[in-house]
Design a protein around this ligand. Structure first.
Ligand code: CTP
Ligand code: CA
Length: 227
């Protein structure tokens, strides 16, 4: 295996990857979350390690093994994920593939809510920190290359362009998660790379192949930067 061989286009680089969903507790036994298998993020972490990088993977709750050769930090909530990401910086490349829950329950209870209490529970929501935007907009310790994801159900390119600007990242990997390609939890993905340079659409590929190509693409961008 080439996994731990000291070579590859990302040798000497630190790559930080977020993956999976986050779980936001309602009470000790219930949570709200996004749909996410973590397959794409984990594949990117693995591919970056195979390309010679030192890799830190910050993962929400997933049913996947920790990728070989990768330092994996498991977290539950968005706020835990942000904390772990901040602790892992600095990095040369940040890849934010996690499907972070946009909201958490502000009045989460310390005890299980009983449904026989009568009235329906009133859940108040609070907005979670935007991990990608927080890192992309950092003055100090901003990774030179920040990559975000956008899972969209319509107007994929348009929404991705808007996200690129709104978040302050260098590249958005956008995919269509409406029925058909890129089905959540599946093993293949059809992605569009959206950056200041324009839009590049890849054919439908396995998530492992998307990961390998994305890592190669990021290595090229890094090589260009030092020129
Ligand atoms: N992201 C993040 N922290 C959040 C929300 C999103 O780091 N609290 C990151 C995701 O990991 C992804 C990118 O931001 O790389 C886009 O996530 P997405 O959910 O598509 O964007 P939002 O800005 O949350 O917009 P919306 O859900 O309304 O489409
Ligand atoms: Ca979101």
């Amino acid at each position: 295996e080439k996994l731990f061989a000291p070579s590859g286009p990302l040798l000497g680089r630190h790559v930080l990857v977020t993956s999976g969903p986050t779980h936001e507790p309602i009470d000790p036994v219930r949570y709200i979350a996004n749909r996410s298998s973590g397959k794409q993020g984990h594949a990117i972490a693995r591919a970056a390690a195979e390309a010679g990088a030192r890799v830190t993977l910050v993962s929400g709750p997933v049913d996947l093994p920790d990728p070989p050769g990768v330092t994996t930090i498991r977290v539950e909530s968005a706020r835990d994920m942000l904390r772990a990401v901040e602790e892992a910086l600095p990095a040369d490349i940040g890849v934010f593939a996690a499907a972070v829950a946009d909201w958490r329950v502000a009045n989460a209870g310390g005890q299980k809510i009983k449904k026989d209490a009568g009235a329906l529970p009133e859940l108040r929501l609070a907005e979670n920190p935007d991990i990608l935007a927080t890192v992309a907009r950092r003055g100090e310790n901003r990774p030179p290359l920040v990559v975000g994801f956008a899972a969209e159900t319509e107007h994929v390119i348009e929404h991705a362009r808007r996200k690129l600007a709104k978040k302050g990242c260098d590249l958005i990997v956008a995919n269509d998660v409406s029925s058909g390609t890129g089905v959540m939890g599946g093993d293949s993905n059809t992605v569009h790379l959206v950056s200041a340079a324009g839009v590049e659409t890849w054919p439908t590929l396995s998530k492992n192949e998307v990961a390998r190509r994305l890592v190669a693409h990021m290595a090229e961008i890094m090589a260009e930067m030092v020129k």
